[in-house]
Every structure is written in C-alpha cells, then in structure tokens.
Write a protein of this length. Structure first.
Length: 559
C-alpha cells in the first residue's frame, strides 16, 4: 500500500496517538450513503481513512449510513462493497449499517425527550424552513416547542407506531433558535416515512436524520477520528452537541476539502441525472467518474491510490486537472501493460515483391519496461494493414510517414517503400502497393540509409477484427459545475466523448485476451478488454488513456 503523504489530518492523528488519547488507538470509518455509486471523490476519502488506520496500527470500518429508505437500494450497497475491495482495502468483520443502530438511536431520542432536549413538532417542512430564520436574522420558536415531556413521549411513541401520516410531525432537538449557526436552530432528528427499508423492511416508519445518526453511529463503533468533507464543518457543533448531551464516547470530527476534478462532475445528484436521462449508459459507463466506470474503462486501483496520495489533503477546495489522474494511470500501465500492435483505421498494403502465400514470424518485445516480460511472435505476410493516418498522398513538409516514393520502417519487420496508390470510383485511397527490402529485417539497412518513421502494422491474413471504443472527456468545459446563466451543466457534454470503431484489425495474440486485460496498442494508447460486452474469442476494447501526456509536459515546463 502507498505510503501516506504528511498532511494536517495525519499530523492531528499522530499528535493524538503520541498524547495517548483513546488509549493510543486509531479507529476510522468510511461511511457512504447507499444512494448511488462511488466516484473518484470517494476514493480520496477511502484512501485517507483506510490509510491512516493502517499507518497507526488501527482499523477502518465500512459503514453504510442508510437512514433514508426512499433513495437507498441494495444495488448501491453491493457496488460500494465491490468498489472498496477493488481499491485494495479490507474492513475485516467490521461491516456495519446505521440501520443496525435504529433501536439504540430511538432509545437515545427518548432519553433526550426526557431530558427536555427534544420535542415533537407539528410544523410542516415548509413552515420549519420559514421559522428557521436567515444567516442575519434569528429563527422563531415553534409553537410546539414547549410541549411537556409526557406529551412528547406519547407523540413520539405514536409516531413510531405509524399513527400519523408522512410529513405531519417531526422530532426536533431543542437547542437555540437564535444561534448564529443555523444547524443549531432546533434541527430535525426524526421524520415520518411510511417506506420499507432495504434491510429493516417495514419495522420502522420513522427514520433518523443523518445529522442525528452519524455521530452516534461513530460513537457506538468506538471511532476515534471522524473524517468528513468541509461541508460538514458547520455541522460539527451539532455532532458534538448530541454526543455531549448523551454523555457517550466522543470521536473527534475533522474536515478536509472534497475533490473537484476537471471535465467531469462529482455530485451524486448530477451523476444520477446523467444516468436516468440517458446521457451515459449506466453508472459503469467508462466516461463516468465512478469507480465502476473507471474499473470498466481499465484504470488500475494502484493508479487511483497513487493519484489520491499525490493530490494530498487540504482545507481549501481546488480544481484538480484530469491530466494528473491520467498521468498516474499511464505511469502504472507503462510498467505492467504488454505492448501489441493494433490498427484502428485500416488501410490495406500489398507488398508486391514478397512471395504470395508465404508467412514468417518475427520477434516482438512484450514490454521494454519489464525485462522479464520476454518476447512474442507476430506473423508477417504480403498483405498488411497500416493506420490510414500513416499515409498521405501529398504530404506536408513535416509529415515523415509513408507517402508515394518514400520509405519507412515497419515495427520489428522491414523497410517498405510506397510504389503506387489504388483508389476506388470515388477517388478514395483503398490500397497501397509497396516493395520491401529483405535485408532490413528487424534492423537498419546494411547500406546505412535511414528512415524517419516507424509504423505499426498487422498481417491481413492473421489479424482479428474487433470493435474498439475511443473515450474522451465527458464534458468540454474544464469546470462543468460552473454553469453560466440560462444553461444546464448537461449543455457542456462533449458530443465526441465516445467514438466506436467497428472494423479494427488487431494482431492475433489478442484473440484470447481475457476480460479486464490491459495492453498498450503501440503508438495508439492503452486499452482494456471491456468487462461487460466482450465475449470469449471476441473481445471489445476500451481506450483507457492516450499515450499523449499533456500534464507531464506542463509540469516539466514549470521547472
């Protein structure tokens, strides 16, 4: 696992351990709400929580804060478990649910009522908002705020029994309607929802609010450091208030800036809109910033963990360039991905002086970055395919690839020279006739002549045909969250975020590629066998990332 980079949260934890707080223990938790799939922003929190626990000899719980039955599904629970495991983290036997604590949370609510710290309120949700006040004006007390303890206990019990309709009553904490922190103005603790819960069924028709359940769940689990994103900073006094009133174990809440990534959105509400309105093909669409989408696209967990480690932890939000994530992906794939040859937009080449029907097998290096990767054999024959973009009939000055009368090298093979061009009735080039120099096999020309380009290729007879999907950024705007007046964030969707190529030609070794296998298509980028649409013997390839690394060039220019 990657070494944790020092940051202010790590320093706080280290100081607490050194001071012997909580007996020197470190217990963290990753507490997702199962109302959507995890995205790259959650990966930052996962790496932070599990990483800190591991570094200080503690442990990290996985807990589902499943307090809202109308938005939560078992599908999301299953996907979250799969994603956290895929990232490389293990919670052992510490898989918990806030719903496990519903009975205890109810008991504590009764305790707060008996202490005069909570009351049943009949105001509607809209009226509660009106009574709440503003940032500059204090709120007004509910007319039901001074009900007796006995009346509140009776009403709360009847709420639990299902005697009242949704929205008719809530249980609220009695704190301070004039507080400068709006979260402390008698927040709602329980609301009525006659909805079945994905785990508790119809046992409950009242459900705790997140702000009420969260801190107590941490307390029950013995969490020492409750690490949240910055939007919960103003909620921390409420977190502390509930724990202090109940006199139970009190974790320390610490906030950090959430991840913002360029050319995508990390709001669950917006991601859900993309899925439900068909802008993408599900939560695991390879263009999505979800971990399921990134896994399907071919990103590696190592690269994502490295990315999360590199961006660090701070209190101030910033927009992280997607190029950094892609750099981390390239950096890892460069070490592990076998090199192969694949022609995505084929142009036929006939080598007129190579014997028809003859074939030979040439040695090709699997990965120059890995000395143990070895070599493979690639077939060569008199009919090949090269990339259409590697030939120009009338090339500009800086074009060094194949052109009429010009010679180039074929990777691992021979020098070839274009002698003539064959066109169809529409004037489109459909075939090149070339000659080869048999003395240049796998190396330079004996007479010392040089070529300025090396092209990849595949043998037409031996190649397999496959579908290849080229993915690009989902949004054309760097920050699609910065929505201009009169526009929706979906107005910035990139119409060219997916290009499907149906008749690509790949070297025959790829026929038996397994689902999830990753390769570098030489000169074309890194690709992965799609885990959804591929079939045995008929792989579909997703482009993970291009070879072009703009982020690395930018960073080099800053030095």
């Amino acid at each position: 696992m990657e070494v944790q980079v020092s940051n202010f949260i790590r320093n706080i934890v280290a100081e607490d351990v050194a001071a012997g707080k909580h007996g020197g223990k470190v217990i963290t938790r990753f507490p997702p709400e199962p109302n959507g799939y995890l995205h790259i922003g959650h990966a930052k929190s996962i790496c932070l929580n599990f990483g800190l626990a591991a570094e200080f000899g503690g442990h990290c719980n996985l807990r589902f804060d499943d307090t809202n039955p109308t938005k939560e599904e078992q599908e999301y629970v299953d996907s979250i478990i799969e994603d956290v495991r895929w990232l490389g983290f293990d919670w052992g036997d510490r898989l918990y649910y806030a719903s496990d604590y519903f009975d205890k949370l109810y008991e504590w609510a009764v305790q707060l009522i008996k202490m005069g710290k909570a009351y049943v309120c009949d105001l509607s949700a809209e009226e509660i908002r009106e009574y709440r006040g503003t940032l500059t004006e204090p709120g007004k007390e509910s007319p039901y705020r001074n009900r007796s303890v006995e009346e509140n206990l009776d009403l709360f019990e009847r709420m639990r029994k299902g005697e009242f309709p949704d929205g008719s009553k809530t249980l609220r904490a009695k704190i301070d309607m004039a507080s400068g922190n709006i979260n402390m103005r008698d927040p709602v603790m329980y609301r009525i929802k006659h909805e079945d819960h994905h785990r508790t069924g119809n046992k409950w028709c009242i459900y705790p609010m997140y702000d009420y359940a969260h801190g107590q769940s941490d307390s029950i689990e013995g969490v020492t450091h409750s690490i949240c994103t910055m939007e919960y900073e103003d909620h921390r006094p409420l977190y502390d208030w509930f724990l202090d009133q109940l006199g139970i174990h009190h974790p320390r809440q610490i906030e950090f800036a959430r991840l913002n990534l360029s050319h995508t959105v990390l709001s669950k509400r917006r991601l859900l809109k993309l899925v439900n309105e068909g802008y993408v093909k599900g939560w695991n669409d390879p263009r999505m910033p979800t971990l399921a989408g990134m896994r399907r696209r071919g990103y590696t967990p190592d690269a994502i963990r490295n990315f999360c480690n590199r961006i660090g932890v701070a209190k101030k939000e910033s927009l992280v360039d997607m190029g950094l994530l892609e750099y981390c992906v390239r950096e890892h794939l460069n070490k592990i991905a076998p090199r192969v040859m694949a022609v995505l937009r084929p142009l036929k080449v006939v080598i007129t002086n190579y014997p028809e029907g003859q074939e030979e097998y040439l040695d090709a290096i699997n990965n120059p970055e890995d000395p143990d990767a070895g070599t493979r054999k690639v077939p060569f024959s008199n009919v090949l395919y090269i990339e259409r973009d590697d030939f120009m009939e009338t090339p500009p000055k800086q074009f060094f690839r194949l052109a009429p009368g010009r010679e180039v090298r074929l990777r691992y093979a021979y020098f070839i020279k274009c002698e003539s061009v064959v066109k169809d009735e529409n004037g489109e080039i459909v075939e090149l006739h070339c000659t080869y120099d048999p003395a240049t096999r796998g190396g330079d020309a004996p007479d010392g002549r040089k070529v300025k380009a090396t092209l990849h290729w595949v043998s037409a007879e031996h190649a397999i045909e496959a579908e290849v999907r080229l993915y690009d950024y989902l949004f054309v705007k760097e920050d699609p969250n910065d929505v201009e007046e009169g526009k929706e964030f979906t107005d910035y969707i990139n119409p060219k975020s997916l290009e499907v190529l149906k008749s690509c030609r790949l070297e025959p070794s790829l026929k038996d590629a397994k689902i999830g296998d990753r390769f570098q298509f030489e000169r074309m980028g890194y690709f992965c066998v799609d885990i959804v649409d591929s079939k045995p013997g008929s792989p579909v390839f997703n482009r993970i990332v291009t070879l072009k690394d703009e982020w690395a060039k930018i960073q080099k220019g800053k030095k």
